[in-house]
Write a protein that binds this ligand. Structure first.
Ligand SMILES: [Zn+2]
Length: 222
């Protein structure tokens, strides 16, 4: 889970030099990426990450189940703003940009260059710097997807790094909420996986109990 280079990204392979560009962008912005919202244990770029399913080390499964992508409660007791890293599966691009906008989140994203896509205008409304395409993008197609890629279209996609901040798109009369600056714990893992799985089963048990209470089975006898 270190920010190592050259690992695969949930099926996609990314040129290590592209990750270097993300790090450079992070440095030029002067902020630290706090969480990787679409990762797996093997490819997470931040210590804190979300994966699609419950995975050891993940803060929880499915980023879309989080209360907010803009801020979170830290173990230090305070609420910090997040600076998210996002490189989502392609079919999540639109829901992801809608959610980033709704939550007024900020961060760095890797996206395919698709100016005609419906999410593109949402993204460009929050850009903080130029769209930076990678030189020499190499994208490897996950195994099993070779069929869809019969025409070699995916490998020809050009990708870009963008820095965005939706918190600034507030109406001028609305004061942007302020949060405490990031502490050293803000980027470190929040929950050991044992606690995660325990809480997951507790939630499932509660859900079953609630279902029983909400929908008591009624049998009619004559
Ligand atoms: Zn903290």
């Amino acid at each position: 889970m270190s920010r190592s280079e050259g690992q695969d990204w949930g099926g996609y392979g990314l040129n290590p030099s592209a990750w270097k560009l993300v790090c450079n962008k992070e440095e030029s912005v002067g902020k630290k990426l706090t969480i990787d919202l679409f990762a797996s244990a093997s490819n997470a770029k931040c210590q804190r990450f979300h994966s699609l399913h419950h995975t050891p080390g993940a803060e929880s499964a499915d980023a879309f189940d989080r209360l907010s992508w803009a801020r979170s409660k830290c173990q230090c007791g305070q609420t910090h703003s997040e600076f998210v890293y996002v490189f989502p599966p392609m079919d999540l691009l639109l829901p992801m940009w809608i959610r980033l906008q709704t939550d007024r989140a900020a961060g760095i994203a890797i996206v395919p260059m698709s100016p005609g896509a419906p999410w593109w205008t949402i993204m460009t409304s929050a850009l903080q710097s130029d769209i930076q395409t990678f030189p020499g993008t190499s994208l490897t197609i996950p195994e099993g997807c070779a069929k869809i890629n019969a025409n070699n279209r995916l490998t020809n996609l050009e990708f870009a790094i963008v820095e965005f901040d939706f918190s600034k798109s507030l109406c001028p009369h609305t004061k942007s909420p302020t949060f405490t600056p990031i502490c050293s714990q803000a980027t470190t893992q929040r929950l050991p996986s044992a606690v995660l799985s325990a809480s997951a089963s507790a939630i499932a048990a509660r859900r079953d109990l609630w279902r029983l209470l909400s929908f008591p089975s009624v049998s009619v006898r004559n």
